[in-house]
Design a protein around this ligand. Structure first.
Ligand code: 13P
Ligand code: SF4
Length: 362
């Protein structure tokens, strides 16, 4: 029962004390968030994994790529646990290492460089730099680390693209086309210079001339939760609630971001609500658990999700308190269930790309 689970989790937390830290993403359900020692967006959670080095175990209530990142950044000997191994991210699965390697070889051929030895040109710039969104496997972060590339989150994507353009003429951005497009557009990159890369087609479905002109090559990935948001929902919210303030996550399609008043990471959305006034009406385009929590925290404002159909992130939702209780009971009995371990060489290369990112503050 719920009560029994609650008792087990509270007792385990108490018994494990400082040896345990529980991290939770904003999209986790309230029944899980209540046990987290720290709740944040992806960037903040990566930093938390880097700095909470007193603990022996990091129990990560989020999705697989976040737990992998925590393992890469955690100090040696710390163990990272994902309560349910089935908590993945469909967007992260849209870019696999083989397809990205193949794309990279194609691009290097077009730009006339040897993929094993890319050198800066007379201007001191590389032809292309890979940028992976945090929502990707450790293998892809390692790929970026080996190839002069970097990781970004939704909170520092602009700073990361600036970093990349100081060093290269172009960026290959994966897996999320929407974050890539929204960020590059806000920086003034014309849409014609942002071709899509479809890994199932030769040259990603492009011709050589377009690839030479390109500034940002957008992998064809997307988030199935955020692509549900539409401009029709925004129009309806504005019609029904004059004066409504609208903020969406940058994983939403470009027309939605353009029609909203603001776009930002989950933490930016939280801050947007915190900065509003009592009596305000705010419509949010992101995952429902987070929207509902904000609505409960600010009962003096009208806060609702743009999508009238409940849209949870189904994989985040797989972290049920039952799994949390199970992994914590395991620790009490000296057993580590569901540890996430990134192989050493991959972790070293991925860490290179993550450290470049952590230096590019939001
Ligand atoms: P944030 O970095 O904004 O927390 O985003 C994580 C995520 O998966 C959004 O879908
Ligand atoms: Fe992945 Fe989308 Fe869920 Fe975020 S909301 S974890 S991008 S599926």
């Amino acid at each position: 029962s719920e009560e029994e689970l609650h008792g087990r989790i509270v007792a385990a937390k108490e018994a494990l004390g400082e040896r345990l830290v529980i991290l939770g993403h904003f999209y986790q359900r309230d029944e899980v968030v209540q046990y987290a020692d720290f709740v944040g967006d992806s960037f903040q959670l990566a930093n938390a994994a880097l700095t909470r080095d007193q603990a022996e175990w990091i129990v990560f209530c989020g999705v697989h790529f976040m737990a992998e990142t925590a393992d890469i950044l955690a100090r040696e000997g710390q163990q990272v646990i994902l309560p349910n191994l089935a908590a993945g991210c469909s967007m992260a699965d849209m870019a696999d290492e083989d397809s990205v390697e193949a794309a990279w070889e194609d691009l290097c051929a077009v730009y006339g460089v040897d993929p094993g030895a890319i050198e800066p040109d007379a201007e001191g710039k590389l032809p292309v730099i890979p940028v992976t969104y945090m929502n990707s496997s450790a293998a892809l972060k390692a790929f970026c680390g080996r190839n002069n590339g970097i990781v970004c989150t939704s909170s520092n994507a602009a700073a990361v693209l600036e970093w990349a353009f100081e060093r290269a003429h172009r960026v290959l951005f994966f897996p999320d086309q929407h974050l890539g497009r929204n960020t590059a557009k806000a920086m003034g990159v014309p849409l014609e210079q942002m071709p899509m890369w479809n890994p199932r087609q030769p040259l990603g479905g492009n011709n050589e001339a377009d690839l030479l002109e390109a500034k940002v090559l957008l992998w064809h990935g997307f988030c199935s939760v955020h692509r549900r948001f539409t401009t029709a929902q925004i129009d309806q919210a504005r019609a029904e609630h004059p004066g409504v303030k609208i903020i969406v996550h940058p994983e939403c399609p470009m027309p939605v971001v353009d029609a909203a008043d603001a776009a930002g990471s989950t933490d930016a959305i939280k801050k947007f609500v915190a900065a509003s006034e009592p009596g305000d009406t705010i419509a949010i385009g992101t995952e429902i658990n987070m929207v509902n929590r904000l609505a409960a925290e600010y009962p003096d404002r009208t806060i609702f999700c743009l999508d009238p159909v409940i849209c949870p992130c189904s994989t985040m939702y797989r972290i049920h308190p039952g799994y949390l209780a199970w992994v914590l009971d395991g620790l009490l009995e000296g057993e580590v269930h569901n540890q996430i371990t990134v192989p050493q060489t991959q972790a070293r290369d991925a860490r290179t790309a993550l450290e470049r990112m952590l230096a590019a503050k939001p």
